[in-house]
Each structure stands twice: as structure tokens, then as C-alpha cells.
Design a protein around this ligand. Sequence first.
Ligand code: EPZ
Length: 430
Amino acid sequence: MDKIKIIGGNRLEGKIYISGAKNAALPLICASLLTDETITLTNMPALSDIRSMNALLEQMGTQIDSFDDFLDGHETKTYSYRTPKFTSLIAPYDYVRKMRASYYVLGPVLAREGHAELSLPGGCAIGARPMDIHLTSLEQMGAKIEIKNGYVHADINGKLKGAHITFHTASVGATCNILMAATLAEGETIIENAAKEPEIADLIDLLIAMGAQIEGKNTSKLVIQGVDKLHGARHKVIADRIEAGSYAIAAAITNGRIELVNAQASTLRTPLEILKAMGVSVEEGDNSLTIDATNRKLTGQDIMTDYYPGFPTDLQAQFMALMTVSEGASLVTENIWENRFMHVPELMRMGANINVHGHASAIVRGVKQLSGAPVMATDLRASFALILAGLVAEGETIVNRVYHLDRGYEKLDEKLKAVGANVERIKEAE
Ligand code: EPZ
């Protein structure tokens, strides 16, 4: 398993190109299952999660072509997806256990073929991660759902029927799944308390380009009129707001200055406000964001994760790393996931002063200096938090289990090296 070695202390300066968003790309790929025509996705990030999703679709009968592309100043991937006929309607355990987002195939496959089987994903490092909203909503649309041998078996007699559905929680995954299913249902579907994350707006843009009828983009009430058939389309994936936020903190924590090319400030309002309140300068350009913490003394701030446009849970660990070396105390409250402080003990091994209270809150008191150590984390964002701590720590930090980072940060070591970090990927035989 590869490791990342960092020698801390370098100030970062330069440009980083922000890739296409992983969490937008995953449902977009699955939207291609709604039609027998070709869906072409540009600005796709080269990530292991994308490769896992592609492998799942290929075993269901999707023909996939990939091309290297150059877009908005950086190398990127274009993929085209075509599923004229399914060869399997099953998302097997071996695929789903590698990547929970495999559940995005359920809505589209069921809507198009009338039957789908999905291995239940189960919990993961950050929480129990139930799927009740996805399943009860499909039942409301007329599907028969059975759980057998760890699999969801979903069937419909004829077509899914439009329904008026109110989510008990504004789930991103359920919003995408039910939205996709509703595009091919009979009649009108209304989703109340839908999630409003930018990745959902991106999915709506693709679905509309495919011929779907959807109203309410960027609001918590989505109204979908089902159509008989969807057609091919070409779509550019939005920039990854979490990758952009993560590198913004890399600039802040090293008292550096980084221009984040292709970052969309409009999708990062709350975290940018927190950075400014901590003492960082944020300059918005046409298609970029410049984060400047040169000679700045940063002070702690309180953050509380929430549904979009609130503070994103996927940036909580990275901000906590920044707070460990900011002056004063910061209160961090995690409201989305019940187990998302796994980075805390590792940051403490590097000298951070953090007190966790129950599952949901932690007080971070800034220290003068962290010191390098071998560390590891159990999820993607927590792993990036350790990279950030390593960038500012004295001496050498080795971040183990790099496969977590490869799921969601394209060319991480190259991007950091290009702005002056002393970072090296140590390849190890499996
Ligand atoms: C998405 O996960 C993201 N993943 C997560 O990013 C992100 O943390 C999360 O949204 C919240 O923003 C992808 O987009 C692939 P949810 P998702 O359904 O869709 C509860 C990362 O680091 N819930 O919005 O699985 C659930 O327990 C990952 O890139 C139910 O109760 O999240 C949680 O408390 C990690 N029942 C809350 O809703 C359900 O049926 C939000 O979950 C579904 C969810």
C-alpha cells in the first residue's frame, strides 16, 4: 500500500487546477443508465471511485470509452457511456462494498428495466449510513422492495408511478436516486425536503439535457414530470468544491498564497466566510479563487456542519487541522455523520490539543507547533486533514493508507509539489 511522506514547513505558493467533482460525477455516470443512447461526460476526474463505478456499469452491460482531454487549462478525462441493453440488473457485493455510491444504479435500473438488485452497502468509517429514504420513496412510487441475503430486490409491475414524497432528512444520495427514477415514472413526482447541494443541480442539468422535465433546481422542492424516454447528451462536470476547499486550507495552514483555478466561489460561501473570519484573504476572480495567508496570524472560529448551503461535513476534518495551529479555541460540531472525528486521535499524536465531547463536538485549542509522525485515517477527508497537518508540522510525517486519498483527490502529490510542498509518494508492493 502506498504512503505519502511529507517534510513540513514549506510555504505553498502558486496555482492548483481544481478537478471535476467526484460526488457530481458518480450520479452523472449512473444517469447514463436511463437511456440506450450515448451520454458523454467531460471534465471527469481520474479517481479510483470513478474507475470502480465504471467497472460496476461495465458488468451491467454499459459500453464505456475514455479519452484524455485538455480543458480549462488542465489535463482531464472524457468518458462516454452507452447501455443499449443490460447484461445484468445486479449490483454485486464486491462492487458495493468498495464504494457505497454504487447505490446510484438502483433508481435508474429499476425505472428503465422494472427490476434491480443491489447489495446493501452497510455502514462505514463515518457512520451507519442507512438507505431507508431511498427504499421507502421507491415503495411510494409503487416498487415492491424485499431484503434477502443482504440484497435489496426491487420490482415494479409496469412503470414506476409519480408520488408526493417528503424526505425525513435532506439526503444527497436519496435525492439523486429518486430524481433519476422519477424522470421515467408515470406522471408527476414531488420531492419535498430534497437536498440542495451543487452536485444535485449538476445532475438536474444533465437530466434536463437528456429530455427530463424537472422544476425546482437549487430548492428543496423538486417537481418531476415523467417522460417515456430519455436521449443522449453531453455534459461538463462541475468543479470539485471539496477539493477546492481542501487546497484553500493548504494555503492557509502554510501561510501561503494559492490560486485555485476553476474553483467556483458560489459553491463555497460558508467555508470561505469562515476562512475570512480566521484572518485569510480570499479574492474571487472570474474562474478562480485566490487564497492568501501570507504573514497572517490566524485565529480560531467555531464551525457547525449542516446541509448545503451550510458548512460542509466533507471539509470538517480539514478545517479542524487548520484550527490546531490557529490562535485561541474553536468549537467544531458535526451534525451530519455520527462518527466523523476519527482524525482527532491522529492529530493529537502530532501534538494537537483537542477535546472531544460525545459524538458531535470537539474543542480545539491552537498550539504553536505540530510535530511530524506516522499517521493513518479511515476515510478520505480525514486522510487529507493529516496531509494538511503534515505540511505545517516540524519534521517528517508519513500518511499511510493512501488508497483513501486516491478515491477523491486527483494527482494529490503532483498538485502539492507544484506549489512547493516537500511531498513524496512512496510506492509499496501490494
Ligand atoms: C453524500 O453522501 C456524499 N457522498 C458524502 O461525501 C457527504 O458527506 C454527504 O453526502 C453529506 O453531504 C457522495 O456524494 C458520494 P446523505 P450520502 O444521504 O449521499 C442520513 C465524501 O467524503 N440518511 O446526504 O450518502 C445519513 O445517515 C463523502 O466524499 C438517512 O437517515 O449522504 C446522514 O446522517 C463522505 N437515511 C444524512 O442523512 C437515508 O436513507 C446525510 O446523508 C439516507 C441518509
